[in-house]
Design a protein around this ligand. Sequence first.
Ligand code: SAH
Ligand code: SF4
Length: 385
Amino acid sequence: MIALARKGHLRLPAPVTCDIRSQLREELEARFKDWGAPAYRLTQLLEWLYVHRATGWDQMTNIPKALRQQLAGEFSLHELTLARQQGARDTTRKFLWQLADGAFIESVLIPANPALYSEASDRQTLCVSTQVGCAYGCRFCASGLEGWKRNLGVDEIVGQILAVERLAAAEAGGSSAPGNSRAVTNLVFMGMGEPLANYNNLLKALRILNAPWGCGIGARKITISTSGLAPQIRRLAEEPEQFQLAISLHGATDEVRNRIMPVNRKYPLNELAAAAEQYQKRKGRMITLEYILIEGVNDHLDQTAPLAKLAQRLHAKVNLIPYNKVEGLEWRRPAEEHCIAFAERLRQNGVTATLRLEKGHDIDAACGQLRLKTEKELAAQPAST
Ligand code: SAH
Ligand code: SF4
Protein backbone atom coordinates (compact mmCIF):
# COMPACT_ATOMS: atom_id res chain seq x y z
CA MET A 1 0.00 0.00 0.00
CA ILE A 2 1.28 3.50 -0.76
CA ALA A 3 0.44 6.72 1.05
CA LEU A 4 -3.15 7.80 0.66
CA ALA A 5 -4.22 11.35 -0.03
CA ARG A 6 -6.95 12.47 2.30
CA LYS A 7 -10.34 12.69 0.70
CA GLY A 8 -10.77 16.30 -0.33
CA HIS A 9 -7.00 17.03 -0.21
CA LEU A 10 -6.22 16.67 -3.86
CA ARG A 11 -2.89 15.71 -5.32
CA LEU A 12 -3.92 16.76 -8.80
CA PRO A 13 -6.08 19.68 -9.92
CA ALA A 14 -9.45 18.68 -11.39
CA PRO A 15 -9.11 18.40 -15.18
CA VAL A 16 -10.09 21.59 -16.95
CA THR A 17 -9.48 20.24 -20.41
CA CYS A 18 -10.70 17.18 -22.19
CA ASP A 19 -8.45 14.15 -21.79
CA ILE A 20 -6.91 12.84 -25.00
CA ARG A 21 -7.91 9.27 -24.15
CA SER A 22 -11.56 10.24 -24.44
CA GLN A 23 -11.11 10.94 -28.16
CA LEU A 24 -11.90 8.65 -31.06
CA ARG A 25 -9.45 8.48 -33.94
CA GLU A 26 -11.81 10.36 -36.26
CA GLU A 27 -12.14 13.22 -33.76
CA LEU A 28 -8.37 13.54 -33.55
CA GLU A 29 -8.07 13.22 -37.31
CA ALA A 30 -10.27 16.30 -37.73
CA ARG A 31 -8.11 18.20 -35.23
CA PHE A 32 -4.87 17.19 -36.95
CA LYS A 33 -6.31 18.28 -40.27
CA ASP A 34 -7.17 21.74 -38.85
CA TRP A 35 -3.61 22.02 -37.59
CA GLY A 36 -2.12 20.89 -40.89
CA ALA A 37 -0.36 17.97 -39.19
CA PRO A 38 0.26 14.91 -41.41
CA ALA A 39 -1.78 11.74 -40.79
CA TYR A 40 1.25 9.63 -39.81
CA ARG A 41 1.74 11.87 -36.79
CA LEU A 42 -1.63 10.74 -35.53
CA THR A 43 -0.56 7.11 -35.91
CA GLN A 44 2.52 7.91 -33.86
CA LEU A 45 0.41 9.64 -31.20
CA LEU A 46 -1.98 6.69 -30.92
CA GLU A 47 0.97 4.33 -30.54
CA TRP A 48 2.28 6.44 -27.70
CA LEU A 49 -1.11 6.38 -26.01
CA TYR A 50 -2.22 2.79 -26.48
CA VAL A 51 0.92 0.73 -27.15
CA HIS A 52 3.49 2.51 -24.98
CA ARG A 53 0.80 3.81 -22.59
CA ALA A 54 2.60 7.12 -22.27
CA THR A 55 1.93 9.25 -19.21
CA GLY A 56 3.41 12.53 -20.45
CA TRP A 57 3.81 14.50 -23.68
CA ASP A 58 7.58 14.70 -23.22
CA GLN A 59 7.84 10.93 -23.67
CA MET A 60 6.62 11.22 -27.28
CA THR A 61 10.05 11.96 -28.63
CA ASN A 62 9.36 11.25 -32.32
CA ILE A 63 6.58 13.86 -32.42
CA PRO A 64 7.76 17.45 -33.09
CA LYS A 65 7.77 19.65 -30.00
CA ALA A 66 5.45 22.23 -31.57
CA LEU A 67 2.79 19.60 -32.20
CA ARG A 68 3.19 18.21 -28.69
CA GLN A 69 2.70 21.74 -27.33
CA GLN A 70 -0.41 22.13 -29.42
CA LEU A 71 -1.74 18.83 -28.08
CA ALA A 72 -0.90 19.77 -24.49
CA GLY A 73 -2.76 23.06 -24.89
CA GLU A 74 -5.91 21.24 -25.99
CA PHE A 75 -5.88 18.00 -24.07
CA SER A 76 -4.96 16.66 -20.66
CA LEU A 77 -3.13 13.36 -20.15
CA HIS A 78 -4.10 12.33 -16.64
CA GLU A 79 -2.88 9.18 -15.02
CA LEU A 80 -4.92 7.26 -12.48
CA THR A 81 -3.16 7.33 -9.14
CA LEU A 82 -2.71 3.94 -7.51
CA ALA A 83 -3.89 4.43 -3.93
CA ARG A 84 -3.87 0.84 -2.77
CA GLN A 85 -3.23 -2.64 -4.09
CA GLN A 86 -4.22 -6.04 -2.75
CA GLY A 87 -3.33 -9.44 -4.06
CA ALA A 88 -4.90 -12.75 -3.17
CA ARG A 89 -2.98 -15.98 -2.78
CA ASP A 90 -4.26 -17.18 -6.15
CA THR A 91 -2.96 -13.95 -7.72
CA THR A 92 -6.23 -12.13 -8.19
CA ARG A 93 -5.22 -8.52 -7.71
CA LYS A 94 -7.27 -5.56 -6.74
CA PHE A 95 -6.37 -1.95 -7.52
CA LEU A 96 -7.84 1.08 -5.83
CA TRP A 97 -7.40 4.21 -7.97
CA GLN A 98 -7.74 7.78 -6.89
CA LEU A 99 -9.16 10.06 -9.55
CA ALA A 100 -8.28 13.70 -10.18
CA ASP A 101 -11.17 14.91 -7.99
CA GLY A 102 -10.15 12.65 -5.09
CA ALA A 103 -12.82 9.97 -5.68
CA PHE A 104 -11.89 6.28 -5.48
CA ILE A 105 -12.69 3.48 -7.91
CA GLU A 106 -11.60 -0.15 -8.17
CA SER A 107 -10.41 -2.57 -10.83
CA VAL A 108 -9.72 -6.27 -10.29
CA LEU A 109 -7.31 -8.35 -12.38
CA ILE A 110 -8.35 -11.98 -12.52
CA PRO A 111 -6.18 -14.70 -14.08
CA ALA A 112 -7.76 -17.33 -16.32
CA ASN A 113 -10.85 -18.84 -14.80
CA PRO A 114 -12.10 -21.77 -16.85
CA ALA A 115 -15.44 -21.64 -15.03
CA LEU A 116 -16.14 -18.29 -16.65
CA TYR A 117 -15.19 -18.95 -20.27
CA SER A 118 -13.53 -21.89 -21.94
CA GLU A 119 -10.48 -20.21 -23.41
CA ALA A 120 -6.71 -20.39 -23.26
CA SER A 121 -5.19 -20.14 -19.82
CA ASP A 122 -2.96 -17.13 -20.53
CA ARG A 123 -6.08 -15.02 -20.34
CA GLN A 124 -6.14 -12.11 -17.91
CA THR A 125 -9.50 -10.53 -17.28
CA LEU A 126 -9.82 -7.03 -15.91
CA CYS A 127 -12.96 -6.13 -14.03
CA VAL A 128 -13.61 -2.45 -14.75
CA SER A 129 -15.62 0.26 -12.92
CA THR A 130 -17.91 2.69 -14.73
CA GLN A 131 -19.21 4.96 -11.96
CA VAL A 132 -18.18 6.26 -8.55
CA GLY A 133 -20.68 4.43 -6.34
CA CYS A 134 -23.96 3.18 -7.73
CA ALA A 135 -27.50 4.51 -7.65
CA TYR A 136 -29.23 1.14 -7.95
CA GLY A 137 -28.85 0.08 -4.33
CA CYS A 138 -29.03 -3.71 -4.65
CA ARG A 139 -29.39 -4.85 -1.05
CA PHE A 140 -26.41 -7.24 -1.11
CA CYS A 141 -23.86 -5.00 -2.84
CA ALA A 142 -21.09 -2.83 -1.37
CA SER A 143 -20.97 -0.49 -4.38
CA GLY A 144 -24.46 0.80 -3.77
CA LEU A 145 -24.11 1.22 0.00
CA GLU A 146 -23.22 4.90 -0.08
CA GLY A 147 -25.14 5.84 -3.18
CA TRP A 148 -24.03 7.28 -6.48
CA LYS A 149 -21.43 10.03 -6.76
CA ARG A 150 -20.79 10.47 -10.48
CA ASN A 151 -20.27 8.83 -13.83
CA LEU A 152 -16.73 8.04 -14.93
CA GLY A 153 -15.42 9.88 -17.96
CA VAL A 154 -14.35 7.96 -21.06
CA ASP A 155 -10.67 8.48 -20.16
CA GLU A 156 -11.24 7.20 -16.61
CA ILE A 157 -12.72 3.98 -17.98
CA VAL A 158 -9.99 3.49 -20.61
CA GLY A 159 -7.40 4.64 -18.06
CA GLN A 160 -8.04 1.62 -15.81
CA ILE A 161 -6.89 -0.77 -18.53
CA LEU A 162 -3.88 1.37 -19.46
CA ALA A 163 -2.80 1.79 -15.85
CA VAL A 164 -2.93 -1.95 -15.13
CA GLU A 165 -1.03 -2.70 -18.33
CA ARG A 166 1.57 -0.09 -17.44
CA LEU A 167 2.10 -1.74 -14.07
CA ALA A 168 2.32 -5.18 -15.68
CA ALA A 169 4.87 -3.92 -18.23
CA ALA A 170 6.96 -2.36 -15.44
CA GLU A 171 6.89 -5.64 -13.51
CA ALA A 172 7.95 -7.51 -16.65
CA GLY A 173 11.01 -5.27 -17.03
CA GLY A 174 9.56 -2.27 -18.81
CA SER A 175 8.96 -3.95 -22.17
CA SER A 176 6.31 -2.09 -24.13
CA ALA A 177 7.51 -2.49 -27.68
CA PRO A 178 4.85 -2.28 -30.40
CA GLY A 179 3.24 -5.63 -31.05
CA ASN A 180 3.94 -7.05 -27.61
CA SER A 181 1.03 -9.02 -26.23
CA ARG A 182 -1.36 -7.16 -23.98
CA ALA A 183 -1.43 -7.86 -20.26
CA VAL A 184 -5.20 -7.52 -20.27
CA THR A 185 -6.89 -9.81 -22.78
CA ASN A 186 -10.52 -9.75 -21.60
CA LEU A 187 -12.69 -7.13 -19.98
CA VAL A 188 -15.73 -7.47 -17.77
CA PHE A 189 -17.69 -4.38 -16.84
CA MET A 190 -18.56 -5.73 -13.43
CA GLY A 191 -16.73 -3.25 -11.24
CA MET A 192 -18.31 -0.43 -9.36
CA GLY A 193 -21.39 1.15 -10.90
CA GLU A 194 -24.06 0.29 -13.41
CA PRO A 195 -22.41 0.44 -16.86
CA LEU A 196 -25.62 0.98 -18.79
CA ALA A 197 -26.50 4.00 -16.62
CA ASN A 198 -23.36 5.67 -18.05
CA TYR A 199 -24.25 4.60 -21.56
CA ASN A 200 -22.59 7.25 -23.76
CA ASN A 201 -19.26 7.26 -21.95
CA LEU A 202 -19.29 3.47 -21.75
CA LEU A 203 -19.88 3.08 -25.48
CA LYS A 204 -17.17 5.55 -26.43
CA ALA A 205 -14.72 3.86 -24.06
CA LEU A 206 -15.66 0.46 -25.50
CA ARG A 207 -14.93 1.72 -29.01
CA ILE A 208 -11.47 2.95 -27.98
CA LEU A 209 -10.76 -0.33 -26.17
CA ASN A 210 -12.00 -2.33 -29.14
CA ALA A 211 -10.39 -0.34 -31.97
CA PRO A 212 -7.28 -1.69 -33.72
CA TRP A 213 -5.70 1.78 -33.24
CA GLY A 214 -6.68 1.67 -29.53
CA CYS A 215 -6.37 -1.29 -27.20
CA GLY A 216 -7.44 -3.83 -29.83
CA ILE A 217 -9.49 -5.99 -27.45
CA GLY A 218 -12.07 -7.96 -29.45
CA ALA A 219 -15.75 -7.14 -28.79
CA ARG A 220 -16.39 -10.80 -27.98
CA LYS A 221 -13.83 -10.56 -25.20
CA ILE A 222 -15.70 -7.69 -23.62
CA THR A 223 -18.61 -8.46 -21.30
CA ILE A 224 -21.03 -5.80 -20.09
CA SER A 225 -22.92 -6.65 -16.92
CA THR A 226 -26.19 -4.95 -16.05
CA SER A 227 -28.63 -5.20 -13.20
CA GLY A 228 -31.41 -5.02 -15.79
CA LEU A 229 -31.83 -1.62 -17.47
CA ALA A 230 -34.21 -2.86 -20.16
CA PRO A 231 -34.27 0.23 -22.46
CA GLN A 232 -30.46 0.41 -22.55
CA ILE A 233 -30.22 -3.33 -23.28
CA ARG A 234 -32.44 -2.70 -26.31
CA ARG A 235 -30.26 0.23 -27.33
CA LEU A 236 -27.09 -1.88 -26.98
CA ALA A 237 -28.72 -4.56 -29.11
CA GLU A 238 -28.80 -2.08 -32.01
CA GLU A 239 -25.10 -1.17 -31.79
CA PRO A 240 -22.97 -2.84 -34.44
CA GLU A 241 -20.45 -4.51 -32.10
CA GLN A 242 -20.82 -8.02 -30.70
CA PHE A 243 -20.28 -7.21 -27.04
CA GLN A 244 -21.16 -9.98 -24.61
CA LEU A 245 -24.05 -9.31 -22.29
CA ALA A 246 -24.36 -10.55 -18.72
CA ILE A 247 -27.50 -9.92 -16.72
CA SER A 248 -27.33 -9.79 -12.93
CA LEU A 249 -30.49 -11.75 -12.36
CA HIS A 250 -30.12 -13.07 -8.81
CA GLY A 251 -33.79 -13.97 -8.70
CA ALA A 252 -35.94 -15.92 -11.14
CA THR A 253 -39.22 -14.44 -9.95
CA ASP A 254 -40.37 -10.85 -9.38
CA GLU A 255 -40.96 -11.71 -5.76
CA VAL A 256 -37.31 -12.59 -5.11
CA ARG A 257 -35.89 -9.84 -7.34
CA ASN A 258 -38.08 -7.15 -5.76
CA ARG A 259 -36.75 -8.13 -2.39
CA ILE A 260 -33.08 -7.65 -3.26
CA MET A 261 -32.94 -5.44 -6.37
CA PRO A 262 -34.96 -2.20 -6.41
CA VAL A 263 -34.36 -1.89 -10.18
CA ASN A 264 -36.86 -4.72 -10.63
CA ARG A 265 -39.73 -2.42 -9.64
CA LYS A 266 -38.86 -0.19 -12.58
CA TYR A 267 -38.12 -2.98 -15.07
CA PRO A 268 -39.82 -6.16 -13.88
CA LEU A 269 -38.77 -9.57 -15.12
CA ASN A 270 -41.09 -9.75 -18.13
CA GLU A 271 -39.74 -6.42 -19.43
CA LEU A 272 -36.14 -7.41 -18.71
CA ALA A 273 -36.57 -10.81 -20.35
CA ALA A 274 -38.09 -9.24 -23.49
CA ALA A 275 -35.13 -6.84 -23.81
CA ALA A 276 -32.64 -9.67 -23.22
CA GLU A 277 -34.41 -11.75 -25.85
CA GLN A 278 -34.07 -8.91 -28.35
CA TYR A 279 -30.34 -8.71 -27.56
CA GLN A 280 -29.89 -12.44 -27.99
CA LYS A 281 -31.76 -12.47 -31.31
CA ARG A 282 -29.89 -9.48 -32.76
CA LYS A 283 -26.47 -10.79 -31.79
CA GLY A 284 -27.04 -14.52 -32.04
CA ARG A 285 -24.76 -14.88 -29.04
CA MET A 286 -25.31 -16.61 -25.75
CA ILE A 287 -26.21 -14.30 -22.88
CA THR A 288 -25.00 -15.02 -19.35
CA LEU A 289 -27.34 -14.88 -16.40
CA GLU A 290 -25.40 -14.09 -13.24
CA TYR A 291 -26.98 -15.59 -10.15
CA ILE A 292 -25.43 -14.93 -6.73
CA LEU A 293 -26.45 -17.65 -4.29
CA ILE A 294 -27.56 -16.01 -1.04
CA GLU A 295 -28.56 -18.24 1.82
CA GLY A 296 -32.28 -18.30 2.53
CA VAL A 297 -33.01 -15.64 -0.09
CA ASN A 298 -32.74 -17.15 -3.57
CA ASP A 299 -31.06 -20.52 -3.04
CA HIS A 300 -34.06 -22.77 -2.47
CA LEU A 301 -34.02 -25.63 -4.96
CA ASP A 302 -37.54 -24.71 -6.08
CA GLN A 303 -35.99 -21.58 -7.67
CA THR A 304 -34.18 -23.76 -10.20
CA ALA A 305 -37.38 -24.43 -12.20
CA PRO A 306 -38.24 -20.77 -13.04
CA LEU A 307 -34.53 -20.04 -13.51
CA ALA A 308 -34.12 -22.90 -15.98
CA LYS A 309 -37.24 -21.80 -17.86
CA LEU A 310 -35.91 -18.27 -18.25
CA ALA A 311 -32.45 -19.47 -19.26
CA GLN A 312 -33.96 -21.69 -21.93
CA ARG A 313 -36.12 -18.90 -23.31
CA LEU A 314 -33.10 -16.60 -23.55
CA HIS A 315 -30.65 -19.27 -24.77
CA ALA A 316 -28.58 -18.23 -21.81
CA LYS A 317 -26.07 -19.97 -19.60
CA VAL A 318 -26.21 -19.49 -15.86
CA ASN A 319 -23.22 -18.40 -13.82
CA LEU A 320 -23.72 -19.24 -10.17
CA ILE A 321 -21.65 -17.21 -7.72
CA PRO A 322 -21.64 -18.00 -4.00
CA TYR A 323 -22.28 -14.69 -2.22
CA ASN A 324 -19.19 -12.77 -1.13
CA LYS A 325 -19.63 -11.48 2.39
CA VAL A 326 -19.88 -7.67 2.66
CA GLU A 327 -18.98 -6.07 5.96
CA GLY A 328 -22.05 -4.62 7.63
CA LEU A 329 -24.57 -6.64 5.61
CA GLU A 330 -26.32 -9.69 7.01
CA TRP A 331 -26.38 -11.82 3.85
CA ARG A 332 -24.44 -15.08 3.76
CA ARG A 333 -23.32 -17.64 1.20
CA PRO A 334 -24.89 -21.10 1.34
CA ALA A 335 -22.80 -24.19 2.12
CA GLU A 336 -20.70 -25.37 -0.82
CA GLU A 337 -22.61 -28.68 -1.11
CA HIS A 338 -25.83 -26.73 -1.45
CA CYS A 339 -24.37 -24.56 -4.22
CA ILE A 340 -23.27 -27.74 -6.02
CA ALA A 341 -26.75 -29.24 -5.65
CA PHE A 342 -28.34 -26.05 -7.03
CA ALA A 343 -26.06 -26.17 -10.08
CA GLU A 344 -26.75 -29.87 -10.55
CA ARG A 345 -30.52 -29.35 -10.48
CA LEU A 346 -30.22 -26.66 -13.16
CA ARG A 347 -28.19 -29.01 -15.35
CA GLN A 348 -30.83 -31.70 -14.90
CA ASN A 349 -33.23 -29.13 -16.35
CA GLY A 350 -31.06 -28.91 -19.47
CA VAL A 351 -29.30 -25.64 -18.63
CA THR A 352 -25.59 -24.91 -18.95
CA ALA A 353 -24.65 -23.85 -15.45
CA THR A 354 -21.25 -23.00 -14.02
CA LEU A 355 -20.51 -22.58 -10.37
CA ARG A 356 -17.96 -19.82 -10.01
CA LEU A 357 -15.87 -20.30 -6.95
CA GLU A 358 -14.87 -16.71 -6.25
CA LYS A 359 -11.17 -16.20 -6.71
CA GLY A 360 -10.94 -12.97 -4.82
CA HIS A 361 -12.95 -13.92 -1.77
CA ASP A 362 -10.02 -13.19 0.50
CA ILE A 363 -9.37 -9.72 -0.93
CA ASP A 364 -12.90 -8.32 -0.81
CA ALA A 365 -13.11 -8.86 -4.56
CA ALA A 366 -16.78 -8.06 -4.76
CA CYS A 367 -16.37 -4.57 -6.10
CA GLY A 368 -16.95 -1.59 -3.90
CA GLN A 369 -15.53 -3.15 -0.77
CA LEU A 370 -11.98 -1.85 -0.91
CA ARG A 371 -13.25 1.64 -1.66
CA LEU A 372 -15.66 1.53 1.24
CA LYS A 373 -12.98 0.26 3.59
CA THR A 374 -10.53 2.97 2.46
CA GLU A 375 -13.08 5.77 2.76
CA LYS A 376 -13.92 4.63 6.29
CA GLU A 377 -10.21 4.59 7.18
CA LEU A 378 -9.72 8.07 5.74
CA ALA A 379 -12.75 9.40 7.60
CA ALA A 380 -11.29 8.00 10.82
CA GLN A 381 -7.88 9.68 10.25
CA PRO A 382 -7.26 12.88 12.22
CA ALA A 383 -7.42 15.93 9.92
CA SER A 384 -3.74 16.84 10.42
CA THR A 385 -2.34 13.61 8.90
N1 SAH B 1 -23.98 -2.94 -11.88
C1 SAH B 1 -23.68 -4.02 -12.72
C2 SAH B 1 -22.21 -4.35 -12.78
C3 SAH B 1 -21.45 -4.25 -11.49
S1 SAH B 1 -21.86 -5.45 -10.25
C4 SAH B 1 -24.48 -5.24 -12.32
O1 SAH B 1 -25.11 -5.22 -11.29
O2 SAH B 1 -24.48 -6.19 -13.10
C5 SAH B 1 -21.05 -6.90 -10.88
C6 SAH B 1 -21.59 -8.19 -10.35
O3 SAH B 1 -21.18 -8.40 -8.98
C7 SAH B 1 -23.11 -8.25 -10.35
O4 SAH B 1 -23.56 -9.46 -10.86
C8 SAH B 1 -23.41 -8.09 -8.89
O5 SAH B 1 -24.68 -8.53 -8.59
C9 SAH B 1 -22.29 -8.88 -8.26
N2 SAH B 1 -22.12 -8.65 -6.83
C10 SAH B 1 -22.35 -7.54 -6.13
N3 SAH B 1 -22.09 -7.73 -4.82
C11 SAH B 1 -21.69 -9.02 -4.70
C12 SAH B 1 -21.29 -9.84 -3.60
N4 SAH B 1 -21.24 -9.36 -2.38
N5 SAH B 1 -20.95 -11.13 -3.85
C13 SAH B 1 -20.96 -11.62 -5.11
N6 SAH B 1 -21.32 -10.90 -6.17
C14 SAH B 1 -21.69 -9.62 -5.98
FE1 SF4 C 1 -25.12 -1.26 -8.55
FE2 SF4 C 1 -24.59 -3.61 -9.74
FE3 SF4 C 1 -24.12 -3.26 -7.11
FE4 SF4 C 1 -26.63 -3.39 -7.99
S1 SF4 C 1 -25.08 -5.02 -8.09
S2 SF4 C 1 -25.82 -1.87 -6.54
S3 SF4 C 1 -26.46 -2.35 -9.96
S4 SF4 C 1 -23.10 -2.20 -8.80
